[in-house]
Design a protein around this ligand. Sequence first.
Ligand SMILES: Cc1cc2nc3c(=O)[nH]c(=O)nc-3n(C[C@H](O)[C@H](O)[C@H](O)COP(=O)(O)OP(=O)(O)OC[C@H]3O[C@@H](n4cnc5c(N)ncnc54)[C@H](O)[C@@H]3O)c2cc1C
Ligand code: FES
Length: 335
Amino acid sequence: MFKATFLFQDGGEVAVDVAPDQTVLEAAIAVDAPVRHDCCSGSCGTCIAERLDGDATLEAGDMALPLTPSELAGGLMPTCLTRLAGDTRFRLPYPLHPAAPEPARHAAHLLSVTAASPTVHRLLLEVETPEDFDFRPGQYLRIRPPGLRAVRAYSIASRPADLPLVELLVRHVPGGQMSEWLREKAQPGDRVALHGPLGSFAYDDRAAAHLFIAGGTGLAPVLSMIRSRSDDSPALLCFGCSKPEDLFYLAELRELAATHPNLSVRVALFDTGGGAVPEGVAQGTALSVLTDADLVPGTTAYLCGPPGMINAASQFLAGNGLPLSAIRAERFLPS
Ligand SMILES: Cc1cc2nc3c(=O)[nH]c(=O)nc-3n(C[C@H](O)[C@H](O)[C@H](O)COP(=O)(O)OP(=O)(O)OC[C@H]3O[C@@H](n4cnc5c(N)ncnc54)[C@H](O)[C@@H]3O)c2cc1C
Ligand code: FES
């Protein structure tokens, strides 16, 4: 265990203990230290602090960071990707008082964890105080399960009208803290801490048409938007999965298309593993089932899934004349 000491602009100082399996931000969140944050995954830049001394390492792999190389060289670090190898002091560019408003905190009970596919967990939670809890379709929650130090972001797949029930879809990442907790330990009745709802990924009710492009569990926020739709504008969902074991919710999507006359659904499987492609599923990606003719004027596009898919889809849509202002995206960045 090492100590992270935060020095605030007004001279305030807060020290937190950081365990080896925690990032500096996770340790700060665990004790309610007022370190500002949002995505918890190295994309927004909100949690950046300046390392003054000590031994801290950035675990960013080859991901693009919200920092220039000179800022990195100058000691700026996203604390959500920073681990300690010794006591370290960080300077924060805002005062300790007054503290910035925190995202709302809630608690929920786990009702069930089932397998939507061999690699996708479906969680059903019951929020304890639904009268204080509201969200817009497309938003996400940060979740901390009991006994786990990690906090992870998950998009809500259900509708606000389903509250107090909240449905989440979680892809299994082998060795991942949340993934292994879900597979090995989670039990009905477990109490989980929730922060949020968060995020600005939202349905555009002024659009003439809607194009949803989802990869894997990127289906979750899109599903919440589609299930909540009350207007009759045309909508097309292109949903892609990598392998047969990743494919989930085929029956639910067929049912949605059958009961929503203005909704078309196309599903694609990238790698069939040598087997036959399931009926009604194309071989390819969420993007390859899309044609130029689908991009009618006034379309708003909603992209959700891994960053690679989102970048490819944004380029395709912008290259085919969709204004950038009509492209909305949620990236499922690894925590
Ligand atoms: C705004 C937002 C919303 C999100 N919503 C969802 C959602 O609805 N459903 C969902 O399944 N996920 C979602 N995610 C991703 C999610 O927050 C976690 O990152 C993911 O579930 C992995 O958590 P873990 O604890 O199981 O693995 P970790 O303990 O975080 O990771 C273990 C190892 O796997 C690597 N890793 C983690 N994720 C990936 C990945 N996707 N691909 C490759 N390597 C990875 C890590 O770098 C690490 O080395 C969202 C992320 C964000 C930022
Ligand atoms: S909280 Fe967004 S970069 Fe760390």
